[in-house]
Design a protein around this ligand. Structure first.
Ligand code: DCC
Length: 223
């Protein structure tokens, strides 16, 4: 991976904002479709009929497609967008999506409701989903939108099951040493008691700029 993998896109911020909103609304409907599919008890004939309609809709969307994944894009105005990201992607129905709030330097949090699509043990959040969400928020905590960081090592302690439903995730920088940033985080259910605790080492890659005063690359980190 190199900085060149971040795509300079000529689309104006106004147009990015407009398009993001339009497709995000469709993405919400697709999330509903996923949940409805998991939980539907309609009869087989109805399932077959719905499948035909869904296949027709997929064909319409495929009429014009990117050649590959959405990637992380930015424009000359400093707006960046990563619509396909597995956790925060506004156009990715697999993403809850997580809306991460940066409280201040070195800390971040997110509140999200995890439904049937995120189940592992019965009625509980899948352990891999917990790791996925924690990884993203911890990465953003380490990055703070001022530098590029990648996950080096992630260590999780699953203290007890997390019930599906409302979940809060919080992360904070515990220490920094050169290109290495240690982040601590946890995930908690509605009672606020941590169910998963995490420690991660996030690394500013050797190929990435390290000058935090150079705002020109903050847009990459916002990916
Ligand atoms: C994403 C954009 C959005 C940025 C916005 C933030 C949101 C992102 C959230 C998503 C996060 C992800 O999923 S990121 C995707 C998952 N992670 C990855 O794919 C990373 C794959 N690994 C790599 O690309 C590389 O190994 C790096 C970048 C981690 C390190 O490569 P490097 O930069 O060449 O590192 P190098 O000089 O060898 O080592 C620097 C120091 O770190 C130590 N070190 C190196 N690797 C590790 C490691 N895995 N675990 C522990 N320590 C390590 C070395 O011992 C050394 O310590 P010393 O000798 O100096 O003491």
């Amino acid at each position: 991976m190199t900085m060149e993998m971040f795509i300079l896109d000529e689309t104006s911020t106004g147009e990015v904002d407009r398009r993001e909103k339009v497709v995000a609304a469709l993405t919400d409907s697709v999330r509903d479709l996923v949940d409805a599919t998991i939980r539907s008890t309609v009869d087989d004939d109805e399932i077959l009929a719905v499948r035909e309609e869904v296949d027709a809709l997929v064909s319409r969307l495929r009429a014009a497609q990117l050649a590959g994944p959405a990637g992380v894009r930015y424009n000359a105005e400093g707006r960046s967008w990563n619509w396909g990201n597995a956790v925060v992607g506004q156009h990715n129905a697999l993403a809850p999506p997580l809306e991460i709030v940066h409280d201040g330097p070195g800390s971040a949090r997110a509140d999200v409701v995890l439904g049937a699509a995120y189940e592992g043990p019965p009625g509980m959040v899948h352990g891999g989903v917990a790791a996925l969400l924690l990884d993203q928020i911890m990465g953003e905590t380490a990055s703070g939108f001022k530098r590029l960081t990648m996950t080096g090592t992630l260590s999780l302690r699953y203290r007890r099951g997390t019930p599906l439903g409302p979940v809060r995730i919080e992360g904070r920088i515990a220490s920094e040493s050169g290109r290495k940033i240690t982040v601590q985080a946890h995930l908690a259910g509605p009672d606020g008691e941590p169910t998963v605790e995490a420690t991660g080492l996030f690394i500013i890659p050797s190929w990435a700029p390290v000058d935090e005063s150079d705002r020109t690359w903050a847009r990459f980190a916002e990916g």
